[in-house]
Design a protein around this ligand. Structure first.
Ligand code: SAH
Ligand code: SF4
Length: 344
């Protein structure tokens, strides 16, 4: 397949160019887009609207690439985890989280992650490679195909990888998720460890998507230790970038704060957090740490989690405690490593 064009790697314009360059009428491009993005065709052979001749002709120069579904596991709480194989043999994970009338897919943006946050399993193996735009959006197509006639309603970029470190491909994927798969921008959330210049660039490249920041500490000393990226973009710079993020009315920035016993969970931390976030339209998600092997960090007691939350709510902030789902299948926040060994 190496020399042929993967049709899923083409933008809308390029699909039209591709069809026109073959001397075909433009409606063939619309048909192609419809079959790939709405009917989830995984090969040209499935496109029965094309004659056998046309399929063969196109098949000589192009193909429809697909992530391979290597494994699918279901948690007792209804969360499902998908392990996908890429064309070069690497693997990534996506997590499907049903909640009332919502079906949220947590997708990956990289194989591994270079950020090396001390509490996160994905960071342990380092960065293996960036995902291409089509590999990012095909997580959505593949899961939609598997759960037909249901459809994913919300997307969070909170799986493996740091989306801002793979900016171009992520932006390209988001554009096509909105345009072709029809998920609206306000139902898409990008989470970042805090690459400040990219936070400033994002609204120009992909306007109106929701932003989440993994803050996780209130002093540079602690954040430097937990999240090495802080040495490059310290808290002050990060908060400044947040203040500049354009928000539509009623929208808020999500602040993610992983609570780690004895590290960042004190009442003083909570008070500092209130001061840091003053004037920023935001909501805080408190995520008690999901521990994993190979790390001594621990989850705080419920008492300290509630005490932390109370300081925030007493100061009129929105602060929810988020138990991440799918822990029994290693699908929770920070537990993705995209490998079989993960199955214990
Ligand atoms: N790289 C991006 C997106 C992926 S991580 C980012 O860091 O924002 C998604 C979320 O999982 C982040 O908010 C991160 O702080 C959180 N997380 C990582 N490891 C965790 C763990 N062990 N327990 C709970 N949450 C964790
Ligand atoms: Fe990477 Fe996010 Fe994990 Fe940090 S928390 S290592 S940025 S995936």
């Amino acid at each position: 397949m190496s020399n042929r064009i993967n049709l899923k790697s083409l933008s809308r314009d390029k699909i039209f160019n591709f069809i026109e360059a073959r001397g075909l009428p433009r409606y063939r491009a619309d048909q192609l887009l419809n079959w790939i993005y709405e009917r989830y065709a995984s090969s040209l052979e499935e496109i029965t609207e094309f004659s056998k001749d046309l399929r063969t002709r196109l098949g000589e120069i192009a193909y429809i690439g697909n992530l391979a579904v290597v494994d699918r596991q279901r948690s007792s709480d209804g969360t499902e985890k998908f392990l996908f194989g890429l064309e070069d043999g690497q693997t990534i994970e996506s997590v499907l989280i049903p909640d009332k009338d919502r079906l949220t897919l947590c997708i990956s943006s990289q194989v591994g992650c270079a950020m090396g946050c001390s509490f996160c399993l994905t960071g342990k193996s380092g960065l293996l490679r960036n995902l291409r735009a089509w590999e990012i959006l095909d997580q959505v197509l593949s899961v939609n195909r598997l759960i037909k006639p249901k459809k994913i309603t919300n997307i969070v970029l909170m799986g493996m990888g740091e989306p801002m470190a793979n900016f171009e491909e992520v932006v390209d994927a988001l554009k096509r998720i909105v345009l072709f798969i029809g998920i609206s921008k306000r139902k898409i959330t990008l989470s970042t460890a805090g690459l400040a210049p990219k936070i400033i660039e994002l609204p120009k490249a992909a306007p109106d998507i929701n932003l989440a920041i993994s803050l996780n500490a209130t002093t540079d000393a602690v954040r430097d230790r937990l999240m090495p990226i802080n040495r490059k973009y310290p808290i002050r710079i990060l908060i400044d970038a947040l203040r500049r993020y354009p928000l539509k009315p009623m929208r808020k920035i999500t602040i993610e704060y992983v609570l780690i016993a004895g590290v960042n969970d004190s009442v003083e931390d909570a008070r500092r957090l209130v001061r840091l976030l003053k004037g920023i339209r935001c909501k805080v998600n408190l995520i008690p740490l999901n521990p994993h092997e190979g790390s001594a960090l621990q989850r705080p007691s419920d008492v300290s989690v509630f005490a932390f939350q109370k300081v925030l709510t007493d100061n009129k902030m929105t602060a929810l405690i988020r138990e991440s789902k799918g822990q029994d299948i290693l699908a929770a926040c920070g537990q993705l490593r995209g490998s079989y060994e993960g199955k214990q």
